[in-house]
Ligand binder design. Structure first.
Ligand code: PFF
Length: 452
């Protein structure tokens, strides 16, 4: 620790650089990549969306990710305390603290809708097992939309997240992430190869890869930006808390770039599978669109893919089981980062034990989940839109401003250059401080403003 470091609490960090990259990528890779990205591609003009998304991920989300990780590692504390202690000028502290509190509330809201979809994934993973064990009715129940099923599976999902978070950072998060990522990538590649030869796939591939630039408009830009921030877990302190667990001798922009590339890479692979699969399903007469819109946002993962698996016979059952099981774990490594944020805040600020903090947060989250499930129709989509399209980018904008204006150049450089001796002479260093001060906030602001 250095002299101008805020007071720090004992933190159980990641044991290695790779452990951190995998855990942060574990937070990033989840439903955003497999459920939300392909759906957005299908609804927002195909390849044009892909292009804008990839551009914004690198040009906007990546620098914002470095800013968030930096604030976290610099502070060595939970996000609310981190933001509160950030400004040299004390008069800013109430403002930065409130931003932290809002971000924590938003992440709880994200956790509550995420656990519904995470539960569905778990249901689809369990269904073939029940089928094979002779519980055919139960298997069908797991895959059919009902309030009871949604609630039961969401409770299961939140419970599983709580169990991992209670295991602590090193044991809980690192272990899960390390095993999953390579398997998921392999499975996606395998599935892409099975889809490509099928009728309709080439047309899907064209839709995914050949952009029609006339499709780019302000709405598409806003959706792509929200998607990029959601997918990289930005603006809600998840990356900030992982930054606070990151060892001081790690090159921050370097690991952030790895996380960004892994996340966008896996989203791109998922699209490469799901968009052609959508066209295969269309050519098989599965009704997916209604008035030019997808029937609903779950169609791709919970109808198109199961349709694909069913037509593959026995091999399809194995693939279905592996896909949904791996995706459930991918969603879990994301929800772990969501729960870790409020738990660390409660535990470090109010003196709750971690176990008690976890139970308290999960009870609150489940209450909101219950409301989302009961009033599914208006509430669910509205919550997804509010949190991912608006709250995450706006909070990220504020984090960039804080990192850009409230931390002196000297302190920023000191933090960035830990673990990276050549930081000061690098191009990154010359550009990034100005970039997050001005370019990122202006870009985010303009995209939001224009769409309104
Ligand atoms: N990035 C996750 C995904 O793509 O599924 C979602 C997410 C995780 C959002 C953590 C926000 C967060 F704090």
């Amino acid at each position: 620790a250095t002299t101008d470091q805020p007071s720090s609490l004992a933190r159980t960090g990641f044991s290695s650089r790779l452990g951190f990259v995998l855990a942060a990528a574990g937070s990033a890779v989840g439903l955003g990549n497999i459920w939300s990205f392909p759906t957005q591609v299908a609804e927002n003009g195909g390849a044009a969306f892909v292009l804008v998304y990839l551009g914004l991920s690198l040009l906007l989300a990546y620098p914002a990710l470095v800013a968030e990780l930096m604030i976290g590692r610099y502070s060595q504390s939970n996000p609310i305390t981190a933001l509160e202690q950030l400004p040299d000028n004390h008069s800013w502290r109430p403002v930065t603290r409130i931003t932290g509190i809002i971000a924590v509330l938003v992440i709880c809201l994200i956790f509550s809708f995420y656990s519904v979809v995470g539960g569905w994934l778990a249901g689809f993973a369990m269904a073939p097992v029940f089928e094979a064990a002779g519980f055919s009715d139960l298997s069908k129940w797991m895959m059919a939309f009902s309030t009871e099923r949604n609630l039961l599976l969401a409770i299961l999902f939140v419970g599983a997240t709580l169990a991992v978070v209670n295991g602590g950072v090193k044991n809980g998060i690192e272990r899960w992430s390390a095993r999953l990522m390579p398997l998921l990538v392999l499975l996606l590649i395998g599935m892409i190869f099975t889809v490509m030869p099928q009728e309709g796939a080439t047309e899907g591939l064209k839709h995914y890869l050949v952009p029609d630039f006339s499709q780019i408009n302000t709405d598409l830009m806003l959706n792509a930006m929200g998607q990029a921030f959601f997918s990289m877990s930005l603006g809600v302190c998840a990356m900030m808390i992982y930054g606070s667990y990151l060892r001081r001798d790690t090159n921050l922009p370097g690991v952030a770039l790895q996380v960004c590339l892994l996340d966008t890479g896996i989203a791109f692979l998922a699209g490469l599978l799901i968009i052609p699969a959508l066209y295969v399903a269309l050519s098989n007469g599965v009704s997916i669109y209604e008035n030019g819109q997808l029937v609903n946002s779950d169609t791709l993962v919970f109808e198109v893919l199961p349709d694909l698996f069913t037509r593959m016979g026995t091999e399809g059952i194995v693939m279905s089981l592996s896909f949904f099981a791996l995706m459930t774990i991918a969603a879990l490594t994301s929800s772990i980062s969501m729960l870790e944020v409020p738990v660390s805040c409660l535990a470090e600020r109010s003196g709750f034990s971690r176990a008690k903090a976890g139970l308290t947060v999960c009870a609150g989250v489940l209450l909101v989940t219950l409301l989302l499930i009961i009033y599914f129709d208006p509430l669910f989509n509205a919550t997804v839109t509010f949190t991912t399209r608006y709250a995450q980018p706006i909070n990220s904008l504020l984090f960039c401003l804080y990192a850009g204006w409230l931390i002196s150049r000297h302190r920023k450089l000191q933090e960035i250059s830990r673990g990276w001796s050549k930081a000061e002479s690098s191009l990154f260093w010359k550009i990034w401080p100005w970039y997050i001060r001005i370019v990122c906030p202006v870009m985010i602001g303009v995209i939001i403003f224009q769409s309104i």
